[in-house]
Design a protein around this ligand. Structure first.
Ligand code: EPU
Length: 428
């Protein structure tokens, strides 16, 4: 088991290249189940969530060959094997096996998904969609059983705007008979990316990226080649890092339009950002001013950037109020930031950050992926050395984080934990 050590204070400068989008990749891989011939996906991020999904595809009989960032998936010998637990529990996105296996085999048995602990994360809207398409869905001893004699298109209104439910329903509906309409659909760029892959496979989908998606089911889908979009959350994390501790950082392989809400907030704080077609040049302003943020569904401020943004606010002058309307309990990073001298109160579901303060290095624990990103931002700004444990969360979503930051001039490295440290970590 390893920990990250960061010695704060070094100014970041140079260029960083953003990897392929995690939250697209984790849906594109299961989507390959729906094809009858080889699917090639290019530009995958090299993160542990991708490795686990590739293993799950193999578990159901897929032939998966990973060559660097390109994966070749031959789904022709896949079968509807139950996937009750084990790897399924390691990540949230294993729930996409439900929609994809239901679409292809009309049946699936999948354990309940895991993923970051961000408070309650129900999947009732996914199930509502599957049932509307004609599936019988039961929950038996911690596994979801799905079965349909036939999937029929339906009109489905999502009571909650959900990325996962929108994608999962699309995956099943592309193979349903007739027309499906998903109303109040999520509009995240990852949904468009999955729809693009499915369309290349022969699916008929209109409206992805708007809140009404129309799907005309088809009898079969074929293999195809697809290049994944850049990771807007990784790009956003580096943009925040550059605002916090950058001198002049060029972020490459980014779609600036995907980050409009973040860029607007950073500019309000005084950060200077130039946008190119696929690049952002970020320079800190003279003084950072506090702002309030409220996370919303896309194109609002992303919940996945709320935690690293909170760290940045500790450096800004004034009081910033952070409210997360997507995951009201996504505040586990706050106690850790307080250990580093951050002045943050949690009141009525909001975090109130007072600044500026000089953060100080401390021993902290990443309790989830983006909490990890928040601690990295804090560690780079802090006086002294910060030790971050819980790297299994960070490695789920950030490719080569320490290498990318070292290239930008950060003093950051990994070390093996001693047995005593591992024991302390496990008991904490
Ligand atoms: N919700 C329900 N019922 C459902 C589904 C969702 O009530 O059936 C609620 C959730 O509890 C939450 C809200 O709806 O309050 C939005 O959840 P959504 O379904 O959109 O989240 P998700 O699909 O499970 C994805 C990302 C998350 C990201 C959220 C919100 C993946 C694999 N995960 O989760 O990413 O925070 O959308 O944008 O795509 C991360 O990358 O760190 C991460 C957690």
């Amino acid at each position: 088991m390893q920990k990250i050590l960061v010695e704060g204070g070094n100014p970041l400068k140079g260029k960083v290249r953003v990897s392929g989008a995690k939250n697209s990749a984790v849906a594109l891989l299961p989507a390959a189940i729906l094809a009858e011939s080889k699917v090639i996906i290019e530009g995958l991020p090299q993160i542990s969530d991708v490795d686990i999904l590739a293993q799950l595809l193999e578990e159901i009989g897929g032939s998966v060959s990973m060559q660097g960032r390109t994966v070749h998936i031959d789904p022709s010998n896949m079968v509807s094997m139950p996937l009750p637990n084990g790897r399924v529990k390691k990540l949230r996105a294993s729930y996409y096996f439900m929609g994809a296996m239901l679409g292809r085999f009309k049946k699936a048995v999948i354990g309940l998904p895991g993923g970051c602990h961000l408070g309650p994360r129900p999947i009732d809207q996914h199930i509502k969609g599957f049932e509307a398409l004609g599936a019988k869905v039961t929950n038996e001893q911690g596994a979801i059983y799905l079965r349909a004699d036939e999937l029929r298109g339906a009109r489905i209104y999502l009571d909650v705007v959900s990325v996962g439910a929108t994608i999962n329903i699309m995956l099943a509906a592309v193979r349903a008979k007739g027309k499906t309409i998903i109303e109040n659909a999520a509009k995240e760029p990852e949904i468009i990316d999955v729809a693009t892959l499915l369309t290349s496979m022969g699916a008929k989908i209109k409206g992805a990226g708007t809140d009404v998606i129309r799907i005309e089911g088809v009898d079969s889908l074929t293999g195809c080649m697809h290049t994944i979009i850049p990771d807007r959350i990784e790009a956003g994390t580096y943009t925040i890092l550059a605002a916090a501790q950058g001198e002049k950082v060029l972020i490459d392989n980014v779609i600036p339009q995907h980050l409009e809400s973040l860029l607007a907030k950073l500019r309000e704080m005084g950060v200077v950002i130039e946008e190119g077609d696929e690049q952002l040049l970020v320079q800190p302003g003279k003084e950072l001013k506090s702002v309030d943020i409220k996370t919303l569904v896309y194109p609002g401020f992303p919940t996945d950037l709320q935690q690293p943004f909170t760290s940045l606010l500790t450096k800004a002058t004034g009081t910033g109020v952070v409210s997360d309307t997507i995951y009201q309990a996504r505040f586990k990073h706050i106690d850790e930031l307080r250990r580093m001298n951050a002045q943050i109160k949690v009141e009525g579901g909001s975090a109130i950050v007072s600044g500026p303060v000089q953060l100080e290095g401390a021993k902290v624990k990443a309790s989830d992926l983006r909490a990890g990103a928040a601690l990295i931002v804090a560690g780079l700004m802090a006086d002294g050395v910060t030790e971050i444990t819980g790297l299994e969360h960070i490695d789920r979503g950030y490719e080569q984080l320490t290498e990318k930051l070292t290239n930008l001039g950060a003093n950051i490295w990994r070390e093996e934990m001693t047995e005593e440290e591992i024991e302390q970590f496990q008991n904490s």
